[in-house]
Design a protein around this ligand. Structure first.
Ligand code: ADP
Ligand code: MG
Length: 194
């Protein structure tokens, strides 16, 4: 089990809130058949369950802050193990959110094969999130929380990209264009993985 986890293909999908990670992961799943795991979705599922842990998590997410590392990593690991036998590889969406999360992931799970850096400007991300907020029902898709999420992103998450650059696994994707244009660029990188 542990061995298999170490050998599997792992793709980190890193980018700011609203950069289009979820949108692109959906397309990647369709074309390449990888298993998509969004830490945000996993956390929101825990919140919906109404558990005590979920209530604590919801309060943190509403403030645009990062939830405790151990909680996210444990959820991710459990989800990966559950899908390991049938998976062609994992798309890890929204993780690592800080360098420490990446280090812990590598210790407990394995090393990333590739990091897709989904890059959109703050203005674009804000616009997309406000639009998404009209229908998403997410507690963090409002103007005030978006500001804080962007701060958290620039302060904690951007250093993740620098951290992995030296390994030569970072692929920067211009995410300002249409979903299809962004996806085309992603494909040029994923096609080289096979
Ligand atoms: P993330 O998972 O990175 O937070 P999402 O994929 O949920 O971002 O995208 C946020 C919002 O922006 C969604 O409402 C989505 O429809 C929209 N969106 C995503 N990518 C693009 C794009 N390339 N162009 C325009 N809108 C986009
Ligand atoms: Mg998302």
């Amino acid at each position: 089990m542990e061995d298999k986890l170490k050998k599997t293909k792992i793709i980190f999908v890193v980018g700011g809130p609203g950069s289009g990670k979820g949108t692109q992961c959906e397309k990647i799943v369709q074309k390449y058949g990888y298993t998509h795991l969004s830490t945000g979705d996993l956390l929101r599922a825990e919140v919906s369950s109404g558990s005590d842990r979920g209530k604590t998590l919801s309060a943190i997410m509403e403030k645009g802050q990062l939830v405790p590392l151990d909680t996210v990593l444990e959820m991710l690991r459990e989800a990966m193990i559950a899908k390991l036998d049938t998976s062609k590889g994992f798309l890890i969406d929204g993780y690592p959110r800080e360098v420490k999360q990446g280090e812990e992931f590598e210790q407990k799970i394995g090393a990333p094969t590739l990091l897709l850096y989904v890059d959109a400007g703050a203005e674009t991300m804000t616009k997309r999130l406000l639009k998404r907020g009209e229908t998403s029902g997410r507690v963090d898709d409002n103007e005030e929380t978006i500001k804080k999420r962007l701060e958290t992103y620039y302060q904690a998450t951007e250093p993740v990209i620098t951290h992995y650059k030296d390994r030569g696994i970072v692929r920067k994707i211009n995410a300002e264009g249409s979903p299809d244009d962004v996806f085309k660029e992603i494909c040029t990188h994923l096609d080289q993985l096979k």
